[in-house]
Ligand binder design. Sequence first.
Ligand code: F6R
Length: 610
Amino acid sequence: MCGIVGYLGEKGATQTVLNSLKRLEYRGYDSSGISCFLNGEIITEKRAGKISVLESAMDKDVMNGATVAIGHTRWATHGEPSDFNAHPHLDCTGSLAVIHNGIVENYSDLKKILEKEGHKFRSETDTESVVHLIEHYHREDDILDAVIKALDHVEGTYGLVAFSVKSPHRLVAARKGSPLVLGVGDGEMILASDASAIVEHTRDVLYLEDGEVVDLTQNEYKLYDLNKNHIQRSLESIDWDLDAIGKHGYDHFMLKEIFEQPETLSNAFRGRLLLDDVDVRLDGLEFLNSEIEKINRIIFVGCGTSWHAGLVAEYLMEEYAGIPVEVEYASEFRYRNPILKKNDLVITISQSGETADTLAALREAKSQGVRVVGITNVVGSTIARESDGGVYLHAGPEIGVASTKAFTSQITVALLIALMFARRRSVKFDEGKSILENLLSLPKAVNSVLSQCEKIKQIAEIYSENHNFLYLGRGINYPVALEGALKLKEISYIHAEGYPAAEMKHGPIALIDEQMPVVFIATRDEIYNKVVSNMEEVRARKGKIIAIATEGDEEIQNYADHVIYIPDIHRSLVPILAAIPLQLLAYHIAVLRKCDVDQPRNLAKSVTVE
Ligand code: F6R
């Protein structure tokens, strides 16, 4: 939610910030802006719309000489997307500029006080209250002290960067609740909301923790807490390269990420399977080893797609490890006084590792003394760092706003955890060997699904103008139906609902007519015949059926208008294969409807506000 960048160095500060903002555009893209310091003053350009609009508006000849600049790409919370509300925001005299990601909850109280003191507000944003507050202290204090003093009054979350004409070769940045990474280069410093905007410059990074402030010059950084105590921490190294965040000839990041799945799924299990022992090794969960036997209940928490992965995980964990599971929306979990007990385990699922609701749920669980494990993709993310232990997806950066490869990797990792727990709880584990063997063949099976991309596009052509879709599945495929519907609605803006297939007759069946495409996940399993009955019910009402079915199932063609086959695989892995045609279907429909696939309206990749 909002991307922020700050740069100090000789490589053309404005252009560097602009390039980095483009890498962060997935975080928010309704407006953007840049401020730089040149010839004794702050020059600012900001525009509603995408970064390309800002780029065209910028007088690069003027701005390019700067050695210090900050920039912001916005996902609006307070105030509509407009030139005025875009960041950076300036103080009354135009000599202090601030960018901010997060929410200032007490901004209206601060604004009232500051207006009484004569400060002039120009935007409707919560951020501007912080700018004037820093201005207030900066009259007497150095920029670092002014920021620290101002933040003492701020309730809410922030990742922010400030600079001032009084000390123009410094940037001061602070973090509470919104991610901020510092890249330490050779004669340059770059701050950003995530490492994708930094990796081009350096691999040496410092992830700021909540309550930390960093004071930067081109060659030096000093890290403090909010009481100005010095903090020493070593730099970490980014272990992926720029290549991972390119489109590689694909029209969209989403398509590239869908096609990466054979590899990302291999990465999720590589080095983790102990085939001879029919076991799984997850280093990040070693700390739990002596406690696994005692776990009474697991609660998966996540949002959106990650919550759907949690629903699949529920089936896997209950079935293989025999542990009762609950799956909660992180946003609900936190606000309903969850009753947690000593032997409960909370597992958070989050691609970004920064989702505010999931993080809040994690903290709630920890505050009740319960162990928390994180399934995350972004290495070094807040959830990864604050969890007691965890498992990374190793899926590489996911740039498309709609989550695809992360979903299938989340399921894979959840399966590995279920298998590891099963082994350590002495439950009956006859299927273990077969699951591990099937996992090894998963990438090949995914390739076979991907090879049907063109066929799926043809189906998309038939239904791209429809206004509603229904997605139905049962058992472990029910969450896949939910995920298929979410993918379609978020990128194509078509209304879509996911339902357990058997629930259809309790209400949604009223929606079915010849205008309603119904996507069934109808793979061969113990409830196949029941799903076929549900298909019959749809056909009887003239609904159009797209079935995801198991290779070799000829019979299904009698019930469906279109069939997309997935290879026959162990049932624990079916949700992974079944999700992929749904990702492709949503993708093609969105492209046909000329939607902005990678940056759908109103969305942002990383939701760091509650
Ligand atoms: C949907 C999507 C979102 C995210 C959700 C949680 O395609 O991407 O629903 O799944 O915002 O994000 P993470 O997994 O980063 O916590």
